[in-house]
Design a protein around this ligand. Structure first.
Ligand code: G3H
Ligand code: 13P
Ligand code: ZN
Length: 316
C-alpha cells in the first residue's frame, strides 16, 4: 500500500513517510538504509554521507533513544537534519512496543513507526498492529510490523537463540492482508548486536526469505540486525582498549542477495556504534592531552560518515 497524505502534520515539511521510498527501492531493485541515532553527531555523520551519496535515508530511534535524548531535543535535531538534507528523509520509531508509544511518536510528527508486537501470539499481533495502522492512516504515516522473533538484545529485551522463530511465509501473507501495514520485518536468521553468529559464522536464510517473497509478492520487507560488524572496525576498537569478543555480522554479499528477494529496508545500528566508539578511543589514546569534546566527537562524526558511505556502497 502506498501512503496517502491526508492530514500532514509531520515534524518538518522535508520529512517523508517510508512507504513510497520503500516501493521505489523495490522497483529499482535496491533498498533504503535505516540508521539508529542517539545524538547530534551521529545524525551529522549520516546526513553528510546521504547528501554526498545522494541516497535517501531513514533516521530511526528506539524507545530508549527517545528516553536518552528527550523528545524535544530529538525533534530539534531531526528538524535541523531535515533542513540540511538534500535527499528524502524519514523519521521512524524503531521497535515500538505498544500502541501508546506509536501514537506518541505520530503525534510528535514522526513520519513512520514500527509496532513490534512479535512477542504476542499471531492474532494479538494482528490486532495491535491493525490499531496502529488505523491511527497512522489519519496522518499519512507509515507502519512497519514484525512477525517471527530475532534472537539477541533489542531495546532491553533479550531473546535467547533457542526462543528465536523464523517468520512463517503463509502467516506473513495473511498478516499483511489483515493489518494493512506498509512494511514487514522478517526473522530469517539475523540478530541485533555484534555477535550474530555461531563459531564466527552468521547465516541468513535466503531460502526462507524466498519462500516469504513467494507468498507476499512485491511487498517491502525489512531486515533487522543487518550490521556487517566489519573486522577492521572491530579491530580498531579493540586496539585502543575495547574488548569486543566473538564479533560476527552479516556479509555484504548476503545483504545484496536479500535485496533480490524483497528486502527494501536495512536496519543498521551496531556498525555505527563500533565506528563512533573506535574513533573516540583512538583519539583519546593517541592524544592524551585532549579535553575539548569537539576534538574526539569530530573524529567520531567523520567515522560515522565513512561507515554510512560504506553501507551505501554495500547496496546493489
Ligand atoms: O533494535 C535495537 C537497536 O539497536 C536500538 O538499541 O535500544 O540500545 O537504542 P537501543
Ligand atoms: P544491528 O544491531 O545489526 O545494527 O541491528 C539494528 C536494528 O535492527 C535496529 O532495529
Ligand atoms: Zn531491530
Amino acid at each position: 500500500m502506498i501512503d496517502s497524505w491526508l492530514n500532514v502534520t509531520f515534524l518538518h515539511k522535508n520529512l517523508a513517510p517510508a512507504g513510497q521510498l520503500l516501493h521505489d527501492a523495490l522497483s529499482q531493485k535496491t533498498a533504503v538504509m535505516a540508521f539508529n541515532f542517539v545524538n547530534m553527531e551521529v545524525v551529522h555523520g549520516i546526513i553528510s554521507a546521504a547528501n554526498e551519496g545522494r541516497r535517501p535515508v531513514i533516521l530511526q530511534v528506539s524507545q530508549s533513544a527517545i528516553k536518552y535524548m528527550g523528545m524535544n531535543y530529538l525533534k530539534a535535531i531531526v528538524s535541523a537534519a531535515a533542513e540540511e538534507s538534500e535527499t528524502p528523509l524519514v523519521l521512524h520509531l524503531d521497535h515500538g512496543s505498544s500502541f501508546e508509544i506509536c501514537k506518541l511518536c505520530i503525534d510528535n510528527g514522526f513520519t513512520s513507526v514500527m509496532i513490534d508486537a512479535s512477542s504476542l501470539d499471531f492474532e494479538d499481533n494482528i490486532s495491535v498492529t491493525r490499531k496502529v495502522v488505523e491511527y497512522a492512516k489519519n496522518f499519512g504515516a507509515s507502519v512497519e510490523a514484525e512477525l517471527g522473533t530475532l534472537h539477541g538484545i533489542e531495546d532491553e529485551v533479550d531473546t535467547p537463540r533457542q526462543k528465536a522463530k523464523f517468520t512463517d511465509p503463509v502467516e506473513a501473507a495473511i498478516f499483511i492482508e489483515k493489518t494493512g501495514i506498509t512494511s514487514l520485518a522478517v526473522a530469517i536468521g539475523t540478530s541485533h548486536g555484534p555477535n550474530k553468529g555461531i563459531r564466527g559464522k552468521a547465516h541468513i536464510s535466503i531460502d526462507r526469505l524466498r519462500q516469504i517473497k513467494n507468498e507476499v509478492g512485491e511487498f517491502p520487507l525489512v531486515l533487522h540486525g543487518a550490521s556487517s560488524i566489519y573486522e577492521d572496525a572491530v579491530e580498531l576498537c579493540n586496539k585502543y582498549g575495547a574488548d569486543i569478543r566473538d564479533a560476527c555480522g552479516i556479509d555484504d554479499a548476503d545483504i545484496r542477495e536479500s535485496v533480490k528477494y524483497g528486502i527494501a529496508k536495512i536496519n543498521v545500528d551496531t556498525d555505527l556504534r563500533i565506528a563512533f566508539t573506535g574513533a573516540i578511543r583512538r583519539t583519546l589514546e593517541t592524544n592524551r592531552s585532549v579535553i575539548d569534546m569537539r576534538e574526539y566527537l569530530k573524529e567520531s562524526t567523520i567515522a560515522v560518515q565513512a561507515m554510512v558511505t560504506r553501507k551505501f556502497a554495500s547496496l546493489p
